[in-house]
Design a protein around this ligand. Structure first.
Ligand code: FEO
Length: 168
C-alpha cells in the first residue's frame, strides 16, 4: 500500500506529465501553422511520450492499491516564438520536470517506499536523456543562427523521428 503523501504527489505528477503533453501538442500546432512540419512531427511525438509517462505513474498507483485522482490541467500558450525559442522553452520545461522527479524520489526515499524508488529511477534516467536530446537541438540551432538552409535541414531531420522503443 502506498502512503497518502506519495499518492498525492504522484497524482500531481500525472497532471504535470499530461500538461507536458498538452504543451508539446500546442507547440506542434504552432509549428504546423508555420509550415515547420519536421518540428511539428518531433513535438507531436514528444507529446505522445508524455502521455506514456503519465500512464506509467497511473499504472503504478493502481498496482500499489492507490487511488488515481486526475487534477485539472492548465491551458498551454498558443504561440511560442521562434523555433529556437520553442526548443529553449522545451529545455526549461524538462529541467522543471526533472526537479519534480527528483523531489518525488526524495519523498519516496523518506517514506522508505522502495518500489516507488525503483519506478522513479526509470524517470531519473529518462530525464537525463530528454534534457540531453533537447539541449543538442538547442546547441545546433545556436551554432547555425539565422542560416535558413540549416534550419530547413534540421526540420527535415526532426521530421524523421519515429515512436520511441519502450525500454521496459
Ligand atoms: Fe515526462 Fe518530458 O518529461
Amino acid at each position: 500500500m502506498i502512503s497518502d503523501n506519495l499518492q498525492e504527489a504522484i497524482n500531481e505528477q500525472i497532471k504535470y506529465e499530461l500538461y507536458s503533453a498538452y504543451m508539446y501538442l500546442a507547440m506542434s500546432a504552432d509549428c504546423s501553422d508555420r509550415n515547420l512540419t519536421g518540428f511539428a512531427t518531433w513535438l507531436r511525438m514528444q507529446a505522445q511520450e508524455e502521455v506514456e509517462h503519465a500512464m506509467r505513474f497511473y499504472d503504478f498507483l493502481i498496482e500499489r492499491g492507490g487511488r488515481v485522482e486526475l487534477h485539472g490541467i492548465d491551458k498551454p500558450p498558443v504561440e511560442y516564438g521562434s523555433p529556437l525559442e520553442i526548443m529553449e522553452q522545451s529545455l526549461d520545461h524538462e529541467r522543471f520536470v526533472t526537479s519534480r522527479i527528483n523531489g518525488l524520489y526524495d519523498l519516496a526515499f523518506e517514506e522508505q517506499d522502495r518500489p516507488a524508488q525503483v519506478m522513479l529511477q526509470w524517470f531519473i534516467t529518462e530525464q537525463v536523456e530528454e534534457e540531453a536530446s533537447i539541449d543538442e537541438i538547442v546547441q545546433r540551432m545556436k551554432m547555425f543562427g539565422a542560416d535558413g538552409a540549416a534550419l530547413f535541414m534540421l526540420d527535415r531531420d526532426l521530421g524523421a523521428r519515429g515512436p520511441e522503443e519502450d525500454e521496459e
